[in-house]
Design a protein around this ligand. Structure first.
Ligand code: FES
Length: 104
């Protein structure tokens, strides 16, 4: 499976409402990303065109599935070693998430 172009990657999720919330900065694989206070981590990552993880069978990009805490497809690791579901966890300023290729 090929990687999406940079245009496709930037369009995984498009914010249409609530654009006036305060901004926060999270880090994904050491790279700073912009998010809004109250975003779930999955929303923040998808708004930045980030792949959540890689499919264990074919290496294709994954971006969660249900977005409501049911499928367990969005577990990610933080740099402190803790793990959480990206779709049910709100971001906080300074949150540091492992990228798929550097996850423990
Ligand atoms: S996307 Fe399904 S549990 Fe998070």
């Amino acid at each position: 499976m090929s990687e999406p172009s940079s245009t496709e990657a930037a369009c995984r999720l498009v914010r249409l409402a609530e654009t006036g919330r305060p901004g926060v900065t999270i880090h994904h694989g050491g790279r700073p990303l912009s998010a809004l206070a109250g975003d779930t981590l999955l929303t923040a990552l998808l708004c930045n065109g980030v792949t959540l993880r890689r499919n264990e069978f074919d290496g294709g990009p994954r971006a969660g599935f249900c977005n409501m805490g049911a499928c367990q497809d969005c577990w990610v690791a933080l740099e402190d070693g803790s793990r959480l579901r990206a779709c049910t966890t709100e971001v906080w300023d300074g949150m540091r998430v492992h990228a798929p290729d550097d996850a423990p």
